[in-house]
Design a binder for this molecule. Structure first.
Ligand code: ZN
Length: 163
């Protein structure tokens, strides 16, 4: 927990999962004092910055993913995901935890596939990860493979080309 210079507690406003640093993930935790409005950010590993998170929060990416869901789906998904995150003793709803919650378990990654994900542009990496893990579960695969990646990538590029 952070104490503001004015003496009040600062509260967590959001968490940015810095996917650009993958596989060494970093979080940018934003905190704000409601008393005087001072806002600060702290970047570090999830382990380092978790202590600054004072309530259950959604990472920016996870929140955006939730907001992109159909209006009738999001209200069902939100409590389900939050219950899962709490059951894991976590306080931040990350893209990975969101994917796990929706699938009922973690999806493993082939080392080669994990390495390739690093080369995916940061802007689409989070969604690519989610899509790959979702597809793996749909297929009954225990893990994300390079072959699956190639297939999903083709679909993504196809969409980007407007097909
Ligand atoms: Zn203050």
């Amino acid at each position: 927990m952070l104490v503001c210079g004015c003496g009040r507690w600062m509260h967590t406003q959001g968490v940015d999962e810095a996917f650009d640093d993958e596989p060494h993930r970093a979080w940018l935790v934003r905190s704000e004092c409601v008393g005087c409005g001072l806002a600060v950010g702290c970047e570090g590993s999830p382990e380092e910055t978790l202590a600054l998170v004072d309530r259950l929060v959604w990472s920016d990416d996870a929140r955006h993913a939730l907001e992109r869901m159909p209006p009738y789906v999001a209200p069902l998904v939100k409590p389900e995901v939050e219950d899962y995150v709490r059951s894991k003793g976590q306080k931040v709803v990350t893209m990975a935890l969101m994917a796990q919650a929706r699938q009922g378990g973690a999806v493993a990654w082939e080392p080669e596939a994990e390495q390739r994900l690093v080369n995916v542009p940061g802007a689409v990496r989070a969604m690519a990860r989610l899509e790959l893990e979702r597809t793996a579960v749909e297929r009954g695969l225990a893990r994300v493979t390079v072959a699956l990646m190639e297939e999903v990538k083709a679909r993504y590029f196809g969409m980007a080309a407007g097909k």
